[in-house]
Design a protein around this ligand. Sequence first.
Ligand SMILES: NC(=O)c1ccc[n+]([C@@H]2O[C@H](COP(=O)([O-])OP(=O)(O)OC[C@H]3O[C@@H](n4cnc5c(N)ncnc54)[C@H](OP(=O)(O)O)[C@@H]3O)[C@@H](O)[C@H]2O)c1
Length: 250
Amino acid sequence: MQMTRNTILITGGTSGIGRGLAEAFHRLGNQVIIAGRRQSRIDEITAANPGMIGFQLDVQDAAAIDAFADRVRKKIPELNVLVNNAGISQSESLTSKPDLAVSRDIIETNIMSVLHITAAFLPMLRAKPQATIITTTSGLAFVPRNNFPTYCATKAFLHSWLQSLRVQLRGASVEVLELAPPYVQTELSGPHQLTDPHAMPLPAFITEVMQLLAAADTPDGEILVERVRGERFAERDGDYARRFWLFNGL
Ligand SMILES: NC(=O)c1ccc[n+]([C@@H]2O[C@H](COP(=O)([O-])OP(=O)(O)OC[C@H]3O[C@@H](n4cnc5c(N)ncnc54)[C@H](OP(=O)(O)O)[C@@H]3O)[C@@H](O)[C@H]2O)c1
């Protein structure tokens, strides 16, 4: 993708990876629009990054997505990059009275919102000479952890779905990229993750992602920092069983 002269919408731009990407693209002079539920975060981030725009959006609210897409079409018709990044994660026990509301919540946020937002913005993106859709999946799409069963499965779903989208858009002006992060220091699973020494520091992750994008080093449309490649290619490299056992304390 081109690294400058873009107008970029980032869902889940109010913290962690989304905020990191938003600020990195903003520093390069792109017009960045962040979306999330927390207005206080939107206010703080847009104040810290003059020129950046923020919209409150709950990606679980289908009507709100349609209204939001309408508004962007009218007010920001130059939009040419969509980053589907909003996501949630929660541990679940599948044996002791599973709470299906939790599973549904994860599926709605991580899968249905991506399908809906992509559908809402695709016509607009297809009309541009150069457009990009980046969707955040996870290394856990490739080697699951049993204590996050629905979360890992949603990311595996997205990996599969993105391959189909990429083929259907072959020959069009829309590039389809998958960003599969390793374990990164964000609030995803709670505040403890921000300082977990086993997680990759967020600034290092964002720097490496931006370098890969700038170098167009995205083979098969995948943005893979060094630290996630072991998981991504575990199956191909005959390392799946070892990693699966390691991840799952077996
Ligand atoms: N950190 C990791 O280790 C890791 C690894 C692999 C993949 N990922 C993926 O990276 C993406 C970003 O996560 P993160 O690690 O940066 O965690 P994070 O700091 O918790 O960020 C999650 C973002 O999603 C937004 N979000 C959640 N539910 C939403 C909803 N219903 N409507 C609108 N926005 C919503 C949150 O904004 P509001 O709360 O303001 O709505 C927040 O900005 C996720 O897709 C996650 O699965 C993270």
